[in-house]
Design a protein around this ligand. Structure first.
Ligand SMILES: [Zn+2]
Length: 133
C-alpha cells in the first residue's frame, strides 16, 4: 500500500508563518488609514497620497487668536499625517515583500531578520545590525 505525502505539507508551515505577519500588517494598515482620515483626505487620483485637511473652525477674519489656533492645529495635523504616511509606506513595502517572497530578509545585507524583531515590528525591513540609528 502506498502512502502519499502531499507536497502542501512541506510548504504549509512557511505559508502560515507569513500569513500571520500579513494579517498583522493589514490590521495595522486599516488602523492607520482610519487615523489618517481624521487629519487628512485621500488623494482620489493617488490612493497612497494623503492631503492634510485644513481644520474647519469657522474662524472670523478678525479673530487673530483663533486664526493662530487654527494654524497651530493645522501644523499639528501635518506632523501627525507625515508620521502616519511614512508608517503606511513601510507597511505597504512589507506587504510587497510578502508577495514576492522576500519578507524577513534584510534589505541591506540580505540576511534573515530575527523573528523577535519581526514580531515586534512586522514592517521592519532590515536586521538589527542594519537598522537606522
Ligand atoms: Zn542586515
Amino acid at each position: 500500500m502506498l502512502t502519499y505525502v502531499r507536497p502542501s505539507q512541506y510548504h504549509k508551515p512557511m505559508a502560515q508563518h507569513t500569513d500571520h505577519f500579513k494579517k498583522q500588517l493589514l490590521e495595522e494598515k486599516t488602523k492607520i488609514e482610519s487615523d489618517l482620515k481624521t487629519v487628512a483626505v485621500r488623494n482620489p487620483d493617488v490612493p497612497a497620497d494623503w492631503n492634510v485637511a485644513y481644520p474647519d473652525m469657522n474662524v472670523a477674519v478678525s479673530a487673530e487668536d483663533e486664526v493662530a489656533d487654527q494654524e497651530e492645529e493645522y501644523e499639528n495635523r501635518v506632523s501627525i499625517e507625515a508620521g502616519l504616511e511614512i508608517r503606511l509606506r513601510d507597511i505597504d513595502a512589507a506587504l510587497a515583500r510578502i508577495e514576492n517572497n522576500t519578507f524577513g530578509v534584510c534589505t541591506v545585507g540580505g540576511e534573515a531578520i530575527d523573528e523577535d524583531r519581526l514580531r515586534a515590528n512586522p514592517a521592519a525591513s532590515t536586521c538589527i545590525d542594519h537598522a537606522e540609528k
